[in-house]
Write a protein that binds this ligand. Structure first.
Ligand code: AMP
Length: 401
């Protein structure tokens, strides 16, 4: 099947057309700065690259532009929209209702709209993408794949915060978790690699990118994850603080006169690697500066790795036995010192990195970087959220027939 994957953000639309029989990406693109003076269109089909500044006033026009590129004689892999079998949409929040991907209908649209209060920055632009896609391709099956759905198996004693219970009952305040599509994808790949049925596999999956989260997977299902009600909780991230004492925020407001919008900005955009180093949210730059002896860059690096280690330790106890620890996403797949440092000194717990394998792994393929005597396997697995969305969409569409 040819499935169009859409990731619609507040000012951008990312897309890929995937052939699910071969897992090949037929073309992909990014339309950025939608609604600004000069939008930017970037589209590639194999070696053909189209880049241009254009006027794209809104999401609806972004979709029209995408469709013309998909069918372009030079840049497009298809001749007509009839060549597309279905559209899969990344949707950040599915609330408690969606533990699986779902065919989009009026009820689903209303539910995604309702969940916008839980993800005000993400669900509204995701919905804009869905509505523009339906407008352009009203006859195609459209499927929503949620970042939260993989984590709907987390049990109540793990997802409930220590707040008055009514806050959960009345306002839906609980741990939801994010990056579910990536954690699920690498879990499936890890089980295949280990040659075990997924339902008999225990994993700790570390999605370490600009946003970062770790998931404890017990018998193939998410049991705990480091992100919470929002994606701010947990690990140190590029610009997000991760775990902090919530009373700090009250102190900032009451005693230091910061406004709530300022505090929101601080914990989401000015903290993490960027806030601590005062330099960059890019781990490559942090590593380089840290190796040059910069104190704050080293501190940012150390905090990042310490938290990864701490969550791995906590999750080992939470799920009892672990078949493999998986590293994925920009930092997890590419950053040798983060993997080395996060797992340093864990030999007694059966976690032993083969330094050679860690340093010399081939990009883009699944690699076991554990030493021969490591009880727990350590895997580097390239994530592919778009392919996961395509596969989920395909499964739903096949079941329609
Ligand atoms: P993602 O959000 O998955 O795209 O990951 C983005 C993060 O991956 C950024 O912090 C990048 O600095 C980091 N990254 C990408 N390549 C490397 C690399 N070779 N070494 C260290 N970090 C990397």
């Amino acid at each position: 099947m040819k499935i169009l994957i859409i990731n619609s953000g507040s000012s951008s639309v990312k897309y890929q057309l995937i052939n699910t029989s071969t897992n090949n990406v037929l073309c992909k693109g990014l339309i950025e700065k939608i609604g600004e003076d000069e939008s930017f269109v970037h589209h590639t089909k194999e070696k053909e690259i189209y880049e241009n500044k254009e006027e794209i006033p809104d999401h609806s026009n972004a979709f029209k532009r995408m469709v013309t590129l998909l069918m372009d004689q030079k840049y497009g892999p298809i001749h007509s929209l009839n060549d597309i079998d279905a559209v899969g949409h990344r949707v950040v929040h599915g609330g408690e209702k969606y533990s699986e991907s779902i065919l989009i209908n009026e009820d689903v649209i209303n539910e995604i709209r309702k969940d916008s209060k839980l993800a005000p920055l993400h669900n509204p632009p995701n919905l804009k993408g869905i509505l523009s896609s339906i407008e352009m391709m009203p006859d195609k099956p459209q499927v929503a794949v949620f970042d939260t759905s993989f984590h709907q198996t987390i049990p109540p004693h793990v997802y409930t915060y220590g707040l008055p219970y009514d806050f959960y009952k009345n306002y839906g305040i609980r741990k939801y978790g994010f990056h579910g599509t990536s954690h699920k994808y690498v879990a499936i790949k890890a089980a295949e690699f280990l040659n075990k049925p997924l339902e008999n596999t225990n994993l700790i999956t570390c999605h370490l990118g600009n946003g970062a989260s770790i998931t404890a997977i017990k018998e193939g299902r998410s049991y705990d994850t480091s992100m919470g009600f929002t994606p701010v909780e947990g690990l140190l991230m590029g610009t997000r603080s991760g775990d902090i004492d919530p009373a700090i925020l009250i102190y900032l407001e009451n005693d230091l006169n910061y406004s709530m919008p300022q505090i929101n900005n601080i914990i989401n955009k000015n903290s993490g690697l960027l806030g601590i180093s005062g330099y960059s949210n890019d781990m490559r730059k942090i590593v380089k500066k840290s190796e040059e002896g910069d104190f704050r860059a080293k501190l940012a690096f150390d905090i990042f790795c310490y938290r990864v280690k701490k969550y791995i330790g906590a999750y080992m106890f939470a799920i009892g036995t672990v078949d493999a620890i998986v590293f994925t996403a920009g930092i997890g797949e590419n950053c040798i010192p983060v993997r080395e440092s996060s797992l340093k000194g864990l030999e007694e717990f059966g976690i032993i990195v083969d330094k050679n394998k860690n340093r010399n792994l081939e990009k883009g393929i699944i690699t076991d970087i554990s030493a021969f005597n490591s009880k727990i396997r350590i895997l580097v697995i390239p994530t592919n959220e778009e392919l996961m969305i395509a596969k989920e969409t395909e499964t739903i569409v096949k079941n329609l027939k």
